[in-house]
Design a protein around this ligand. Structure first.
Ligand code: SF4
Ligand code: SF4
Length: 273
């Protein structure tokens, strides 16, 4: 009996550091979370926790960034390729990249990417159920990732129409998709579309839709070829004295600022993206 107690105590002592290490690598629940079998019951979710930049109460939905390929693990999702096109300018400095040190972030985005490509109706139904249940005030679409086709834009428009009290917003460089829906009168007013502009990219496209109340331009100002001038700068980034690279300014979040989400300001510049 005494021996059994001694062995159990020894095992527990070894297990603790192992469990602590496991939590660091898989912060939200261990390796079982990395299983996804579309044939078994599963549900798609918004991220409901926000983040340092968004603030704590903005819901978001993300897919894999750029051309990142989720290689997968044995028996689970494999070779899911990122969703961003037209991202030659932003992919290398993409803000999402730093979050990819957490395997659970990549996995969740791989699941969402698969869902949007293979069973978008289920994604829509699951997300609608969460909107009805949690009634968020603001939803950021594609916190990571991009629109891939008309079907995805139509889904977001339907959800925005079904939940008029929720403010939806997105940034996109898929101007041809956004334009069709905007000029076709299919984007509800509670859904703001921010055209991501960098140098001359996106300027002509923005000019075609800028008369619409729910369209804005979000312009990356790297000090060169800054075409769409504005006095409004994203307060979430500032350039410290003596430096050239912007850093996050934790005094502001999107939740408190809201320049890209509502209001009459049309052009917002940013020192980072
Ligand atoms: S900045 Fe946006 S569009 Fe560019 S790679 Fe990152 S998620 Fe994709
Ligand atoms: S301008 Fe405001 S809402 Fe837009 S990204 Fe910056 S902090 Fe967020």
């Amino acid at each position: 009996m005494k021996l059994k107690k001694t062995i159990t105590k020894a095992l527990n002592t070894c297990r603790k550091p192992f469990d602590d290490a496991k939590k660091l690598v898989f912060p939200t629940g261990g390796i079982d979370r990395f299983r996804f079998d579309p044939k078994k019951p599963h549900t798609y979710h918004f991220n409901k926790k926000g983040n340092t930049k968004l603030g704590g109460r903005i819901f978001s939905f993300s897919t894999l960034m750029a051309d990142y390929t989720y290689k997968g693990m044995r028996g689970v999702l494999k070779n899911i390729v990122g969703t961003c096109k037209n991202c030659a300018a932003c992919a290398t400095s993409c803000y999402v990249r730093s979050s990819y040190r957490y395997p659970n972030v990549i996995f969740a985005q791989a699941v969402n990417t698969w869902g949007m490509r293979n069973e978008i109706d289920k994604v829509e139904n699951d997300l609608a159920a969460e909107l009805a249940q949690y009634k968020p005030e603001i939803v950021r679409l594609n916190q990571s990732g991009e629109l891939e086709d008309d079907e995805q834009m139509a889904m977001w428009c339907r959800l925005a129409k079904a939940f008029p009290d929720v403010k939806f917003y997105i940034y996109t460089k898929m101007f041809s998709i956004a334009e069709k829906f905007l000029l076709g009168g299919l984007v509800p007013e509670n859904f703001t579309v921010n055209y991501s502009v960098w140098h001359e990219v996106g300027v002509k496209e923005y000019e075609k839709v800028k008369h619409l109340p729910n369209v804005k331009a979000f312009v990356y100002d790297d000090g060169k070829d800054f075409i769409l001038k504005t006095k409004y700068y994203c307060p979430a980034y500032k350039i410290p004295a003596g430096k050239t690279r912007a850093v996050l300014n934790h005094d502001f979040t999107c939740e408190t600022c809201r320049l890209c989400i509502t209001g009459k300001v049309k052009v917002i510049a940013c020192h980072d993206h």
